[in-house]
Each structure stands twice: as structure tokens, then as C-alpha cells.
Design a protein around this ligand. Structure first.
Ligand SMILES: O=C(O)C(=O)C[C@]1(C(=O)O)C=C[C@@H](O)C=C1
Length: 363
């Protein structure tokens, strides 16, 4: 019979039967995988060792992406196995992850993108609270924004990273698309636009051009702004898809961020020291004595040992003097031979040296 003959239903039927049969096989294999993860969990329990192993998860995904011959795309492989491992991990012990709440923040989206959905989210009111929750053990990990492609560093996160004993064990970069949202999708009667200060800054040109009459009010998060817009018709929120969905708002205008490629990088904080994966990054905080050429000398060991620098950020040292802390991300793991040599030399040059952690680098 010509395979092109028949109604849509008649032609879809056998293929759907095939998909159903394949799903049964996939489920049987996933069940075996979950049982293997449970066994791993029992062994780890015996050694009281951590459940979440970012470097192992990275290796699992990279290996599959390597042998994948399509038609599934690499991103699809990563997304599927992120959730598979998230569900398997939850059988060992569901991880509690702290981030800036309420429901619908980009921080929540970052946590779910990194850890998958089989987690317990601990919603915090501030970045300080996220750090405290992890320090006190109320959460195993926290997810905090560290820099935005339009607005630069999130200075509170940098200060907290400096002061806290937490180390960085991962990173995740999210595209940040903001919309102007109200309950009805209309702007009539709206007098105030609310959002996190960072989001207001990321949309300032658009707001000046298209809604100059609206009073701009900074609130604790975009999701909080969305929550306010849902209950007050004089308020519009600037927030993203997760918050729009969570608070059932309508778009007055779509993608109002000034930079269409707006992105935020989040870091995962915790107590875990990641092992090397071959694709890592190390984050450092350094300072130098206030002498001519001091910053130049600080960077010399990196050049000498062929270690590339992915980021260089300065932040006032908050001592009332014109001194700075430098936040430097270098390519590689602190235990990689050339990075280890460069860091040893850096330590002898820097007036202050802190290694925030080595972790798998997000491409
Ligand atoms: O290999 C492990 O250590 C596991 O616990 C298994 C597994 C997985 O599902 O593959 C789950 C959690 C870890 O974060 C890493 C991998």
C-alpha cells in the first residue's frame, strides 16, 4: 500500500503505536537507571558524601552529546538528561535549592535550568538570605545572579561571595527577555511600573521612549512586581515569561529590554569542591597594594603560564580608601597543572587572595 494513502489519523496511527512501544522500552530502561542511582545513593549514604556531583553530570551529558548522531540536537540531549538526572538524584535525596523568590523569578528559572525540576525550591527575599540559607544548611545549594550583559556585575553578589565561606560549584547563563505586563494587557489606568532595579535599568530606554508618564518603582524582584500587577490595576510589571505565567498576566508589550541579547549569568554556591572535567573555570578575588604597575604584575603569572582570563571585574574594597578587589575568572581547574602554577605565583603577588572555586564552565 502506498504509505501516502489514507487520512491523517490512519497514517499517524501506526507511528504512534511505534512511539508507544518505544516509550515502554524507554520507561523500562529509565527504571533500571533509577534503580542504579538508588544504589549509588546507598553507597554515598554510607560514606556521608554529597549526592549532587556536577562534574559527573557534565560528563554524562558530554559523552552522550559526543556519540549522538541526530536528529536530536545537542541542546535537546542536555535538556532531557538534565531532567533524567534530576529525577534520579531526587531518589537519592531531593536537593533543596535556595534562590531569590517568589515563584516566577529568573533565579527560579536558573535553578531549574541547572538542577532540573526534581528539586525543592527555597524562596528567599534577598541575596543575603540565599547565602545564609546555604551557610546554615537549610539548602544544599543556592543560585544567585552574578552579572548581566547590559548592566554589569550584581555588586551585592560580589560582596557576599567575598565575605562568605561558600564556594562556587557551577554556573548557568540565561537569556533575559522582559515584557511589560498588566492584568488585562492594557495600559489604561496604569500609573506605576514596578520591577527589580536591575530590570528597570535594563529597560530604561524603552520606558523613556514608550511609557515616559509611568512612575518607576523598584521592588525586591520582578516576580514581586508581577504579583503586585495581578492585584492592582494601577500597576504594570516588567518581568519575564515565568512570572507572566505564574501570575496570569497579559503582555502590553513584548521584549522591552534595551538589548535584545540581554543575558544574566548565575552562579551555584555551596560547600562542594568540584573535580576537574577538562572544561572548567576558576573564580578568584584578588587585591594588590596601591603601587604603580601592581595590576599589571598581578596578571603576569596568567600570561606566563598560558592561562586565559574569561572575566575581570573590579569592585571597591569598602574600606573608605581607593582600594579595589578584582574578581577574575580564569579558564581551567585550580588543579590543572598550568593553572596551579599560575595560582601559586598569584598568591605570592596579591595582597589578598581568595579562590571562590573551580567548576564546569558553561559554554
Ligand atoms: O553518579 C552519581 O554519583 C549519581 O549519583 C548518579 C547521577 C545520575 O543520575 O547519573 C545522579 C546524581 C549525581 O549528581 C550524578 C549522577
Amino acid at each position: 500500500m502506498n504509505s501516502k494513502v489514507g487520512t491523517e489519523e490512519q497514517r499517524l496511527g501506526p507511528i504512534r503505536d511505534q512511539i508507544d512501544a518505544l516509550d515502554v522500552q524507554i520507561l523500562a530502561l529509565l527504571t533500571q537507571r533509577a534503580q542504579a542511582a538508588q544504589e549509588v545513593g546507598h553507597i554515598k549514604g554510607g560514606f556521608s558524601s554529597p549526592v549532587f556531583r556536577p562534574e559527573r553530570e557534565r560528563q554524562v551529558v558530554a559523552r552522550l552529546q559526543d556519540i549522538n548522531q541526530g536528529p536530536l540536537l545537542s541542546d535537546g540531549i542536555a535538556a532531557i538528561w538534565r531532567e533524567v538526572m534530576s529525577a534520579c538524584r531526587a531518589l537519592e535525596a531531593r536537593q533543596t535549592i535556595a534562590y531569590l523568590g517568589p515563584i516566577g523569578t529568573f533565579s527560579e528559572q536558573a535553578a531549574q535550568t541547572y538542577f532540573g525540576h526534581s528539586i525543592l525550591g527555597l524562596h528567599c527575599n534577598s541575596l543575603d538570605e540565599v547565602f545564609k540559607a546555604v551557610e546554615k544548611g537549610a539548602a544544599q545549594f543556592g543560585v544567585v545572579p552574578v552579572e548581566n550583559s547590559s548592566e554589569g556585575a550584581i555588586s551585592r553578589t560580589l560582596d557576599l561571595l567575598l565575605d562568605s565561606s561558600m564556594r562556587i560549584s557551577g554556573e548557568v547563563v540565561l537569556p533575559i527577555h522582559h515584557h511589560l505586563l498588566t492584568k488585562t494587557g492594557k495600559i489604561d489606568g496604569v500609573t506605576t511600573v514596578c520591577a527589580h532595579a536591575q530590570a528597570l535599568a535594563q529597560c530604561q530606554q524603552w520606558l523613556s521612549q514608550h511609557a515616559p508618564h509611568l512612575k518607576r518603582q523598584a521592588v525586591s524582584s520582578n516576580a514581586e512586581a508581577a504579583r503586585m500587577a495581578a492585584s492592582d490595576s494601577s500597576v504594570a510589571a516588567i518581568a519575564g515569561d515565568p512570572a507572566q505565567l505564574a501570575y496570569e498576566l497579559q503582555q502590553v508589550a513584548t521584549q522591552v529590554q534595551d538589548d535584545p541579547h540581554n543575558r544574566t549569568r548565575f552562579v551555584v554556591i555551596g560547600n562542594y569542591a568540584c573535580q576537574a572535567t577538562g572544561q572548567d573555570q576558576t573564580s578568584l578575588v584578588l587585591s594588590v597594594d596601591n603601587q604603580p604597575g601592581a595590576v599589571y604584575r598581578l596578571l603576569e603569572p596568567l600570561a606566563k603560564h598560558g592561562v586565559s582570563m574569561n572575566r575581570f571585574e573590579s569592585r571597591p574594597a569598602r574600606k573608605g580608601t581607593w582600594e579595589y578587589h578584582f574578581y577574575i575568572d580564569v579558564a581551567g581547574h585550580a588543579e590543572d597543572v598550568k593553572v596551579a602554577k599560575a595560582l601559586e605565583e598569584l598568591k605570592t603577588i596579591a595582597a589578598f587572595y581568595k579562590n571562590l572555586g573551580s567548576y564546569p564552565h558553561s559554554a
